[in-house]
Design a protein around this ligand. Structure first.
Ligand code: AMP
Length: 199
């Protein structure tokens, strides 16, 4: 099973990706997590990405494309993966298509989490309060507003891009976590009925 989770920052992509990972024994591939690990380890990519990420801007396409191309080929991805936070530009989506074509792989679905952007700011504020000190540097309401603008300008066009492929499925991401999970499961049941067949 190969999926993309699409939606603005704070929409719950990471939460749903973890649930899908457990349910289907597939890998969550979060470019944000991979970049944060690179920043922490002070690798050349991390040094290049650090300030860009704090600002809430996008890391150059070639950097993330390369990270994903390498990761998708790893043995633990042979059963499938959920891309969380990638692609974020049409150029990244095109790069992904080339990567998958080269490996003769196909996407099963692109799941868009639809959310009310205004409500996201309060979600982020809550997450910040609940997690105490261990907060992400880009997890402030100001940074979120910038990241939402970047999403609207550069990532939202992917919705039409994927609608054109016939793979786009949309879910109301404002519902509680379990309901969103159940809705995604229903969508995947339609995309891959054999996974949910009983008896
Ligand atoms: P995320 O954890 O997905 O919200 O990503 C955190 C930050 O990492 C983003 O604000 C970007 O600066 C960077 N980033 C993550 N994924 C990508 C991507 N696919 N393209 C460009 N930048 C990315």
């Amino acid at each position: 099973m190969r999926l993309i989770l699409l939606g603005p920052p704070g929409a719950g992509k990471g939460t749903q990706a973890k649930k899908l990972m457990e349910a289907h024994a597939i890998q969550q591939l979060s470019t944000g997590d991979m970049l944060r690990a690179a920043v922490k380890a002070e690798t050349p990519i991390g040094l290049k990405a650090k300030d860009i990420m704090v600002r809430g801007d996008l890391v150059p396409d070639d950097v993330v494309n390369q990270i994903v191309a390498e990761r998708i080929g790893d043995p633990d991805c042979s059963n499938g993966f959920i891309l969380d936070g990638f692609p974020r530009t049409v150029a990244q989506a095109e790069a992904l298509e080339a990567i998958l074509a080269e490996k003769q792989l196909e996407l099963d679905a692109v799941i868009e989490l639809q959310v009310d952007e205004e409500a996201l700011a309060s979600r982020v504020e809550k997450r910040r309060q609940e997690s105490g000190d261990a907060v992400r540097e880009d997890d402030t309401v100001e940074a979120l507003r910038h990241r939402l603008k970047v999403y609207r300008d550069q990532t939202a066009p992917l919705i039409e891009h994927y609608r054109g492929t016939g793979k786009l499925r949309s879910v109301d991401g404002m519902q509680d976590i379990e309901t969103v999970t159940a809705n995604i499961a229903a969508i995947l049941g339609e995309a891959r009925p054999q996974l949910y067949a009983t008896g």
